[in-house]
Design a protein. Structure first.
Length: 72
């Protein structure tokens, strides 16, 4: 990977994006997740259109992972 961008800094993960040779990693840091954060993350993902998304969370939330993968 060639670098890391924070959301809103103009990074791109379209063609040649994250997970592809020469792609970039975009970090969306969310400390307290609420409705506003959810909208901001969704807007950033829509803008960046990554090929791969890694979600870090507490072990207690492991049962929610299938919901994160649900297209709806």
């Amino acid at each position: 990977m060639t670098g890391t961008d924070r959301a809103g800094s103009g990074g791109s993960c379209g063609p040649g994006g994250a997970g592809e040779p020469g792609g970039r990693t975009v970090l969306l840091g969310v400390r307290h997740h609420g409705p506003g954060s959810a909208r901001a993350v969704r807007a950033a993902l829509d803008a960046v259109r990554p090929g791969i998304v890694l979600v870090e969370g507490p072990p207690e939330a492991d049962a929610l992972i299938p919901l994160a993968a649900d297209e709806d």
